[in-house]
Design a protein around this ligand. Sequence first.
Ligand SMILES: C[S@@+](CC[C@H](N)C(=O)[O-])C[C@H]1O[C@@H](n2cnc3c(N)ncnc32)[C@H](O)[C@@H]1O
Length: 321
Amino acid sequence: MDNGLTLDTICGDALEEMKQMTSQSVDLIVTDPPYNLSKDYGTTADNLDFDAYLDFTRQWLREGRRILKDDGTIYVFMGVRYIAYMYMIMEQELGLVFNSWITWYYTQGIGKTKGFSPRHDDILMFTKSNHFNFYLDPIRIPQKYYRRRNNMRGANPGNVWAFSHVHYSNKNRQMHPTQKPEALFERMILASSKEGDTVLDPFVGSGTTLRVCQQTSRNGIGIDANHPYIDMTRQRLKQPFDGFDSMDRRLTRVPNDLNDKDVRQAYIQNHIQWFLTNHADALATFITAVKDKYAHKMDKEEMKKLDDLEVKNNGNRISAT
Ligand SMILES: C[S@@+](CC[C@H](N)C(=O)[O-])C[C@H]1O[C@@H](n2cnc3c(N)ncnc32)[C@H](O)[C@@H]1O
C-alpha cells in the first residue's frame, strides 16, 4: 500500500507458515478457520477425525499464542460442534485469558426439520495477558439519547452481532463457500488494534480480513492453503473501494434529543467521521434520518450546511466539510 503499510498474502499451510513467523510479532489475530463440517475448500480436507481436528486446532492456536505480542488479542470463529473444546484448549491448555463470547446472529440459513435451524456462529475473544488494548470509541453504537460522556458516539455494541450473510447479489460477494461479512471483521479490528498495527489471519479465505486491514490502515498477513483463494484475495484487494459490504444498521440511528444546534452539528460531524467513513452507502440514509427528525428545528443556515454536506470519495474515504 502507498501509505507504508503492507498486506502479505501467503499460500501455504497455516501451521507451517506460522512456525516461520517471529515470536511476538503480531498485535491481533482474527480468524475464521475451517469448522470441520465437510466444506469443499479444494485441496484441504474439512472432515478430519474428531481428535485429529482438535489436535490441528491445538497446534495452530499454540503457534498463534507464540506469535502474538504480550498485549495482543485473538478472535476465533467457530461453530457449535467444536467451540466448547476450542474454549478448553485456549483457556486450560494455552493459558490465554478469556474476554468475550460473541454471537454472530444471522437471520437466514439452512433449515432443519428435526431440531432448531441454526442461526448463529460464535467468536471467542481471548487476550494473551491481562494487559491488552480495547478501543471502544470507534465501535460505539448510537443510542436513542446521546450522552456527552460517551463523546456523543453511543454505547458498547454488546456481544450479539446481527449481520446477514453476504448475499450473492452483493457487489463484494466472492466465489468462496464461507465468505463472512466485512462488518464483523471491521468491528474486531477497530476494537483491538490501532492504525499501523499488524493483524494476522491464518485462514484468510476470500480475503475479508485483509480487505478490512487495507481500508482501516493496518498491516495484514493472510494465509490460505488453497491457491485460488489467495488469487481471489489479491484480486479483491485491487478492487476500487466504495464501502464495506455490510454495516450495523443501528449506525444510521439519530438520537431523539439533539435539540441544541451546536450539539446537533457536532454530532453529525462526529458521526460521519467515526462511523460512516467506510460506509459511503449509508451517508445518504443518515442525512435523510437527520432531516426527518430535525428539519423543522433547523434554520436556513443549518439546513444549507446539511444540504452542502459534501461527500467526498477521497481515495477510499468519505469526509464531511
Ligand atoms: C472458513 S474459511 C475462511 C473464510 C474467510 N473468513 C472469508 O471471509 O472469506 C477457511 C479457509 O481456511 C482455508 N484452510 C483450510 N485448511 C487450511 C490450512 N491447513 N492452512 C491454511 N488454510 C487452510 C480454506 O481454504 C478456507 O479458505
